[in-house]
Design a protein around this ligand. Structure first.
Ligand SMILES: NC(=O)c1ccc[n+]([C@@H]2O[C@H](COP(=O)([O-])OP(=O)(O)OC[C@H]3O[C@@H](n4cnc5c(N)ncnc54)[C@H](O)[C@@H]3O)[C@@H](O)[C@H]2O)c1
Ligand SMILES: [Zn+2]
Ligand SMILES: [Zn+2]
Length: 368
């Protein structure tokens, strides 16, 4: 079938929205019609050419929500009409990692996904016979996409698409960092560094876990106000001296749980140093630049601090994303402030510009 999609032709160039060919879903695959898709830093990172593992041409986009239109052979868990959220982090429910509660890093399709292929080593998108690779296994800057069944979470049809798509990436990452990775205990003190989609999700996650105090650190006063709306009790403008200020706010000890959601290794260090001696746990969600390292004085670890990394918030997508969406539908999370701009697929490059200008949290593409 013919679909319109935003193609990254070459790095550093604006995406080109055009008609491409999308083939039928094969075994274990699903054809999804997109209704909404968030524009994320990871899309821009690849478009810019900064990602050394990036490739072109490809259809970017990975924060999709839509409706199943058709399923290929051997698809048992989804049927036409189901509402789905796309998962760059799949869940096969069979591999050694999926069977273990300690991780969400499914092993089933990693290699082919990293190469821009569907699990069988081919792609479904093409143009004049030329293959166009898939991005993060999703390619959701498009009217329709074909994805593996194991990379789709079936969610409540009650959830508006523009909110459902937020669960595809940063929001679930932040929520999961607090709920799964750190498993914040009720009554705790938390400190969240960064108030973008991930950090705000972490603030909401800490609140849902019953944290008593949630300190949020960011450089932007507007973003700190959004953090207050998600449950932050103390707002700090970041920079030098942040660790000392958190220690002052916590009786000299530091926070029970800290979260890093900036991708800046200097901030990661602050997040480690702001964690409490004895049991303070620092959860790192930000993605650092290639080759950068985290500087930590080992004494901080010997005196009881721990550091954990969190990919997609440790969320096992097919099981947990639907549950998170249900919590949102029950009124536990306010997502309106996160959708800052609604744009059309043709305006996708404007979505990048708004992101570079730090204008709002998410621009969401709405498909007509
Ligand atoms: N682990 C994962 O699976 C996963 C998933 C999605 C995104 N990420 C990563 O998480 C990070 C955050 O993503 P986002 O979408 O929220 O990004 P974002 O750019 O919207 O938010 C980052 C925030 O950090 C703030 N910040 C910058 N420097 C700071 C400092 N010195 N002190 C305090 N705050 C500071 C910025 O003002 C901004 O509000 C990125 O590194 C992203 O790549 C990780
Ligand atoms: Zn994303
Ligand atoms: Zn698996």
């Amino acid at each position: 079938m013919k679909i319109r999609a935003a193609v990254l032709e070459s790095f550093g160039e604006p995406l080109a929205v055009q008609e491409v060919e999308l083939a039928e879903p094969r075994a274990g695959e699903v054809l999804v019609r997109l209704h909404a898709c968030g524009v994320c830093h990871t899309d821009l990172y690849t478009a810019s050419g900064a990602d050394p593992s990036g490739y072109a041409p490809t259809v970017l986009g990975h924060e999709g929500a839509g409706v199943v239109e058709a399923v290929g052979p051997d698809v048992a868990s989804l049927a036409p009409g189901d509402h789905v959220v796309t998962l760059f982090s799949p869940q096969c429910r069979e591999c050694i990692h999926c069977l273990d509660p300690r991780t969400n890093l499914c092993l089933a399709i990693r290699e082919e996904q990293n190469k821009g292929h569907l699990p069988d080593g081919t792609t479904r998108i093409s143009r004049d016979g030329e293959e166009i690779r898939s991005f993060m296994g999703c390619s959701t800057f498009a009217e329709c996409t074909v994805m593996p069944e194991i990379a789709l979470a079936k969610v409540s049809p009650e959830a508006p698409f523009e909110h459902a798509c937020l669960f595809a990436c940063g929001l679930s990452t932040g929520l999961g960092a607090a709920i799964n990775t750190a498993a914040v205990r009720p009554g705790s003190t938390c400190a969240v560094f960064g108030a973008g989609m991930v950090g705000l999700g972490a603030v909401a996650g800490c609140r849902l876990q019953g944290a008593e105090r949630i300190i949020c650190v960011d450089l932007s006063p507007q973003r700190l106000e959004l953090a207050r709306g998600q449950g932050a009790t103390d707002l700090l403008e970041g920079g030098e001296g942040t660790v000392e200020r958190i220690l002052e706010l916590t009786g000299g000890f530091g926070a029970d749980y800290t979260f890093e959601a900036t991708g800046n290794v200097a901030v990661m260090r602050q997040a480690v140093e702001a964690a409490r001696m004895g049991w303070g746990l620092c959860t790192v969600a930000g993605v650092a630049g290639r080759g950068e390292t985290l500087d930590v004085v080992p004494r901080l670890l010997i005196t009881g601090r721990r550091i954990a990394g969190s990919s997609f918030g440790g969320v096992k997508g097919r099981d947990q994303v639907p549950a998170l969406v249900d919590r949102y539908l029950a009124g536990e999370i306010d997502l309106d402030p996160f959708v800052s701009h609604r744009i059309s697929l043709d305006e996708v490059n404007r979505g990048f510009e708004l992101m570079e200008a730090q204008d709002g949290i998410r621009s969401v593409i709405e498909f007509a």
